[in-house]
Write a new protein. Sequence first.
Lengths: 554, 89
Amino acid sequence: MDEDFDIIVVGAGFGGSVAAKLCADAELKTLMLERSENVGDKVISGLTIPFQGFLFAPAFIRDGNPPFERPADGIVNYIIKDIDKGDIEIDDSLKVPKPLSPIIAFGYNTYCKPFCQWQARKAVEAGVELRTSTTVTNFIKEGEFIKGIITDKGEKIRAKIVINAEGSQGILAIKAGVREKYPPETISLADTYDYVMRKEDIDKIFGYSVKMCWGWDEQKISPPLGYGNGLMVWPYRSSIHFMQDQCLRTDQKSVPNLGKLFDEYHHNITSKMLWWKDLVAPRAKLRARMWEGFEIYVGLNKKLRKMPNHTDGMILIGDAAGLESTELCDGVPAAWYSAEIAAQVAIEAIKANDVSKAFLKKYDNKIKAHSIIQWSIKGRNRYNLRIAQQEHDIKKLKKYIHQGWGLGSLTHFTTPFMKLLLAYVKEDPTIITKWIKMYFRYYQNWLHENYDYVKKKVIKVRASKRVRKKERKFLSTLRFIDLIMKSMLRIRRVLKIIIIPLSNSLNTLMRKSLPIIEPINSAIIKLLNPISNKLSNKMIKFVDKANPSIFYVY
Amino acid sequence: MVKTFEDFPGVQWIEGAGEFIKINDEKCIGCGNCVKVCLAGCFEVMEKKAKIESLEKCMECAACWYVCQEEAIIFSWPPGGTGYKSDWG
């Protein structure tokens, strides 16, 4: 039987459910199709969703209680010069300083499945019809227009717009003639291991920090010449996630023997790295091994970057639109941002009764104007790591690590970040306090495993007078911030003259001032360490005992 | 029916996926790239042509399809609700 919808979303991953929910919120009749039996069955990643993802996420994620496994406050980097002689340099300077950390995290480590399921449930609650175990095999086409989809059961379902969130492979988009297959050197295969470990052991060995390993080619602990990432290990609540990866082609000619290479990397890391051998191995039990290909250098190729992300009657989002992060290897923020933009454009198009390529071009234009998406897909930093590894240049390697994940990122991230931040503040001056509440709420949720749909512990509100006093202080501080922000809006015309040129030149400013700021910053952090630790512990205790309602956004 | 394999813990395969990857014999030159990248051992090369040995451990990553320079591999998604699944991705 033929059916009609306003919107069909193909794929219920990180992007798909967001697009579907936002369309249903606008009262569009929305269908979301997912090929797996349960949402999230087939999503594989080692994953820290970075802070900017959450700050600029659709409101229901930012202001909600999504499930995650552990906040991440930094990265400990192991630079391996000679693994057999134990010549390994450890750089643990990439940390959010206390007392900000661990409440102000740089990201949140997450299993894909529960997170995608959380999003899909939000979509269904908004009115989306979700059909799982349904593979889309083709589109219904009338002339140049996509008018719906055809499923593996032969059903033809019509819709005004199809939002394609099928993932990196892009099988459907290629079939529709909108995009081309990515060359293998732009794709990396992520070989992922999941280990069960006691929470107390993870707290001690990892704390809130991700561990990354980089090494000279002959050490064979990561891809030769840096074709792919180094090794990454993410601490979760009571498990750890281990990911090694390797590009599918290394010099536009050679296709590596991946099985052999991965065995070699894994063996070297687990038997020669002392922190793994002595600390992790006796306490960890392998629970799962799986793999998935992901876009690693797609954004660096201008031709691939310029492929259209829309056609008559269809919009592509997230990985399907090549929006994985070349800079940092985290595709979730771009999936969320592009899903929200796609939903906005789709809603406008249906209202205007125009779903043509000409109208939907708005989507591509907005993606091109999104400062963080563009920074994220064009960034060359991670690619540059390969040059440093090839040249055995420790100075360069450290520089690129710092430019990717440390203070060095301020030299290229500050302007795009500030541009987006200003746009959000202009739209909603109370956004700053929403962000503060988000950090505190997320941390309290982590402490109590208190997420929507999965409440493992009930937060008892029996706060002492002292905690109540702190709660009042917290809320009055937030009210004060809101007041300041609102009053600043009144003089926004004056501010515009100063702030916009300033934000445009922030990257340059940071490039010039970082050599001075960096040593001062580390000296201050060192000096204030005892006070910062105390303050951080006090904040943790407050968040633990505080009434959750003070962190809610209404 | 659900299958599991000792060498790949934490992953299940729901039967019924069928032949969702196919090889076009006319295009295949037997270069063996698909064999090199497949961690599930789905392929073998016999008489200078790649053959599918078994898709029962396939995790649908499409690495074989990406590296096939002759476009001899035809990759499609398995039917809804079949193929691999995991809780730990």
